[in-house]
Design a protein around this ligand. Structure first.
Ligand code: PLP
Length: 454
């Protein structure tokens, strides 16, 4: 019988609602705290920084389903629904009895899943009369996505880009500029937070935490300007559930249901997106699917961090978030998976982790690239270095199946392609990349500083 490789939905089948897992969680995430008063944040406290609708989604613990506005669905249709693909060639190369499926988010025009939330956020900002938005970007994926989304909804955008990526990944900067955004290397001299860091550490290569501080400061000091964030927050995970909702229908078309769902993990948005719609069946119907977050060994907040209240940024401008964290002062090694270099995990995912509803593995840099190259050579797509972590975890699961002779169905999210990350592949192929080990003392040092925060 002829095998089906791709499972495709029509535009009419594009989901009309996002799934809010918090409504179904028996233990709700702890509240965000105001950094000054240490009191639980109220939704109004978020209005100065975020669009109102987004602030409300952030705090929504009751509505299981939230409508996707028609204007957002129109733009999503530029690239959605995305394909679900059976990775027959990868299975063959691994000689595994496992069935491996991946959801291909790399087909978005910006090359990653990030556009799913960027379009929604730009829409809600525009709807309430905002003219300017700011953000930070690590590897450049979020900034790239938001640049197109800002243009699509007629907003001006300023992006603070982590300095190391600004230099290592000039093409993402070009993409952002092509879509009309203003891009600033962070730390920069344009904000108090940036100036302080440059003065103390002149050679600092930047981090997402620093860039967040700068973008927030600009938003707070500019009229009609809102801040947006591409990961970590609840509303971002909400928008990304469109990935898993489509995948759920597509797995049904394939006549299978996943035993394991895997996503790479930076702040948790693409992992949440592929996982939460399936996790709802674990919560409500007692299904036993495993959910595995794949994080870099050099930034292991879920596997080696601590569950504590911590700031989302280095300067301490954000609310205190209850999360698995390595401490907001943690400076991760300069690995190429820039989108995974963040010190903490989103509050929903952190609570799910604490309650044993999901698990995490850490992946060494060299193993991620080895997996990325095998995937490119079998399935044809060069994955983003971030996504390669999910592939490595999927391969480990598939090899485990081979060893035990078990036939599992594995689903992972291909969060993006790596065509703008070829310098990283060049270095890997030349043998110039290394693993970065992290001692317990390195972790303890930063996590200890959190004890007096709350
Ligand atoms: C940003 C990014 C990630 C990490 O962010 P999450 O919020 O954890 O999903 C992963 N993959 C790609 C391609 C990215 O751009």
């Amino acid at each position: 019988m002829e095998k089906t490789k791709k499972f495709l939905l029509t535009e009419k089948e594009l989901p009309t609602k996002w799934y809010n897992i918090v409504a179904d969680m028996s233990t709700k995430p702890l509240p965000m705290l105001h950094p000054g008063t240490k009191q639980a944040i109220k939704v109004e406290d978020l209005y100065p920084l975020f669009a109102k609708d987004l602030a409300e989604q952030e705090m929504n613990q009751t509505d299981e389903w939230i409508d996707i506005p028609e204007e957002v669905r129109e733009k999503l249709k530029i690239y959605r629904p995305t394909p679900l693909v059976r990775a027959y060639n990868l299975e063959k190369a691994l000689d595994t009895p496992a069935h491996i499926y991946f959801k291909n988010e790399s087909v978005s025009p910006v090359g990653s899943h990030k556009l799913n939330s960027a379009l929604a956020q730009a829409y809600y900002c525009k709807k309430e009369g905002t003219t300017n938005i700011t953000t930070e970007t690590g590897a450049g994926q979020w900034g790239t996505a938001l640049s197109f989304a800002a243009k699509a909804f007629g907003l001006e955008l300023a992006v603070y880009m982590v300095k190391i990526s600004y230099e290592q990944k000039p093409y993402r900067r070009s993409l952002m500029q092509t879509w009309g955004a203003q891009v600033i290397a962070s730390p920069s001299m344009s904000t108090k937070a940036g100036r302080k860091i440059i003065t103390e550490h002149p050679n600092y290569q930047g981090s997402l935490g620093t860039a967040i501080s700068e973008a927030i400061e600009l938003a707070m000091s500019t009229p009609n300007c809102k801040y947006t964030l591409g990961s970590v927050l609840n509303h971002v995970s909400l928008h990304q559930t469109i990935i898993g909702l489509e995948a759920e229908k597509q797995m049904e078309m394939a006549g299978e249901y996943p035993d394991v769902v895997i996503g790479c993990f930076g702040g948790g948005s693409n992992f949440s997106g592929i996982s939460f719609p399936f996790m709802r069946h674990n919560i409500k119907e007692g299904k036993k699917t495993r959910f595995v977050a794949a994080e870099p060994a050099s930034c292991p907040k879920l596997t080696r961090g601590k569950f504590e209240y911590d700031f989302g940024d280095e300067a301490g401008y954000t609310p205190l978030l209850p999360m698995f964290t390595l401490g907001h002062n943690f400076a991760p090694a300069n690995i190429h998976a820039g989108g995974l270099r963040y010190h903490g995990a989103g509050t929903i995912v952190s609570q799910l982790m604490k309650d044993g509803l999901m698990e995490a593995v850490d992946i060494e840099q060299l193993d991620s690239f080895k997996a990325g190259v095998l995937f490119a050579q079998t399935e044809g797509i060069v994955p983003a270095p971030e996504s390669a972590h999910a592939i490595a975890a999927a391969i480990n699961e598939a090899l485990e199946c081979k060893k035990n002779g078990t036939k599992k169905t594995i689903l992972f999210n291909l969060s993006g392609h790596g065509l703008v990350d070829m310098t990283a592949y060049d270095q890997y192929l030349a043998g110039d990349l290394v693993n970065h080990s992290l001692s317990n003392e390195d972790i303890e040092k930063n996590v200890k500083q959190l004890e007096h925060l709350v």
